[in-house]
Design a binder for this molecule. Structure first.
Ligand SMILES: Nc1ncnc2c1ncn2[C@@H]1O[C@H](COP(=O)(O)OP(=O)(O)O)[C@@H](O)[C@H]1O
Ligand SMILES: [Mg+2]
Length: 227
């Protein structure tokens, strides 16, 4: 489903964030991208939803060469990719329901469909009872559940999570990872960037390790460190 071919990214300030990345990720896989801060994890994720373009190389997502998309094609790519961030990025003046429904409204879906899919997504993440709450009334873990609902409400084949548990305590981190695991098992390809050793070691999934912009390890059933 995802193919990176000789992908390099040189930012305009001269930082070489990615260097000759070659990576294949199949449909319905669960992959951790690990590595220290600055290794290039976020840059790699941004290549996939076309937040950044590579300086050289190709990025293929679901048979689409993302590198060649015109600006007006990018929104269609993004409808097929859910993204979850460390800092939530919820709209503060909208309710939980509205935050999730908004992702569908922009696609022009019918009102009844929007309602049904929004309720289903909130149910899946365990936040249906909080539908009329505002983000500031929620704990960090609850906010992240709402973000996950927003990311999957379109039922995208691909979910990207960039440090999804970066602001959460260990117990909540565990619950969020269980939820992401559940979504992956409902046949969504999942890529999680993290530097949380505990969750990577606990989940025992494929691990792609970055260091200074290069892939230095790609291991099935991996742990955070190779040793
Ligand atoms: N927009 C940007 N402009 C310039 N340099 C950037 C930008 N984003 C990230 N970088 C640099 O690229 C490198 C990789 O960053 P990033 O992909 O955010 O790594 P990670 O997510 O693993 O911490 C770092 O050296 C960072 O400072
Ligand atoms: Mg990052």
């Amino acid at each position: 489903m995802i193919e990176l071919k000789h992908v390099s990214k040189l930012y305009t300030n001269g930082v070489e964030a990615l260097l000759d990345i070659n990576l294949h990720i199949g449909k319905e896989e669960f992959v951790f991208i690990v590595g220290p801060s600055g290794a290039g994890k976020t840059t790699l994720m941004k290549m996939l939803y076309r937040e950044e373009v590579p300086s050289s190389g190709q990025v293929i997502v679901d048979r689409v060469n993302v590198t060649e998309l015109t600006p007006d094609q990018v929104p269609y790519l993004r409808r097929n990719i859910g993204v979850v961030f460390q800092d939530y990025k919820l709209l503060p003046r909208r309710t939980v329901y509205e935050n999730v429904a908004f992702a569908l409204q922009v696609t022009g879906a019918a009102r009844s469909q929007i309602r049904r899919h929004t309720m289903q997504a909130l149910e899946l993440v365990g936040m249906l009872k909080r539908a009329s709450s505002f983000p500031e009334e929620l704990s960090g873990g609850e906010k992240q559940r709402v973000c996950i609902a927003r990311a999957i409400v379109n039922n995208p084949p691909l979910l990207l999570a960039d440090e999804p548990t970066g602001n959460l305590d260990p117990q909540t981190t565990f619950e969020i990872m269980e939820l992401l695991d559940k979504i992956n098992r409902r046949s969504t390809t999942l890529i999680t960037a993290t530097h949380n050793k505990n969750i990577v070691d606990m989940m025992k999934r494929r691990v792609v390790q970055l260091e200074a912009g290069r892939v230095i390890r790609d291991q099935q059933l991996g742990t955070y460190s190779s040793s």
